[in-house]
Design a binder for this molecule. Sequence first.
Ligand code: P6P
Length: 354
Amino acid sequence: MSKTKIVTIERHILEQQKNHPSATGTFTGLLYDMALSAKIIARETTRAGLVGILGASDDHNVYGERQQKLDIFADQTIFRINDHTGRLCAMASEEHEDIIAIPPHFDTGKYVLLYDPLDGSSNIDVNVSIGTIFAVHRKISGSAHGTAQDILQPGRRLAAAGYVIYGSSTMMVYSAGNGVHGFTLDPSVGEFLLSHENIRIPPTAMYYSANAGNEKYWTKGMQKYSRWLQGMDEDRKPLGHRYIGSLVSDFHRNLLRGGVFFYPGDMQDPSMPFGKMRLMFEAQAMAFLAEQAGGYASDGVGNILDLQPYSLHQRVPIIVGNRDLVEKAEAYIREYDHDWIEAYSPFRHKQPTF
Ligand code: P6P
């Protein structure tokens, strides 16, 4: 008889509850809702080429990006699985301009769910791994229905965060503040089973991940940092360069093998010195997970988890992975990028208007 424990998400949360009262039973339900969403989305991503769902829709999202049909399907799936559970007081999706209210005929709860339903969706049509990113904040307003105050909270206050990666296997990786844990979907039983308990970023990094095609737009500090990672200016072993163009995939590889991902702010358009990543739908979750796994996430100036959000769709520079590598980037920026720091500062310290 095998001695290997079969640990489902439910069993894992229940076992965590014994040691950490903060991992309440509500997370079982919330994580199960995300796990069910993941199974449904995984089924469609696997079949996408077969059911004509492939290809771009005629719609565009809030960023003006053409929405892939799977984006819309994933977005609707997550909303429909979570709108009636009574666990949430509001939702927010990367694909929607505004906060998504819980329909009035459903009970509301004490959490808000933020999600990027299908991150890296430009890779859908070329069969490259994509992912779902989610984050859970606790309601802090007195309103039964969530408000901007409940949504626009610093990442430091996150109750939980995680992602699903639709790759060679479907995995769900989450943290409720007590370490990072990975579950792999066993399609034969339709259950996510614990496969990576208490993930820690290896102390010695193997990779760096960045879109080198943007290098001419990076600040001087980030250009020097990239050369340092490659061992160009001193006698150090270069890191391998791996870049998939799907945040969940790049982050997941670096989480397991050690590495740094960066999508920095640049001065290509001085009115937008904050890069591409969305704070509420990508960066906060990844920063929370990185820190829970022993790593660190910075916007180039300081910890992303300490940023007070001012807008639902605000973007933020991100350098995330092994702490020593991220702090090295901050050092290069402090030394060489005073103009960028000055241009970015008003955005970094902008306060919400609620
Ligand atoms: P680029 C996907 O659109 C995404 O937000 C992340 O998943 C990914 O890391 C990044 O953008 C890729 O951006 O400009 O390198 O194609």
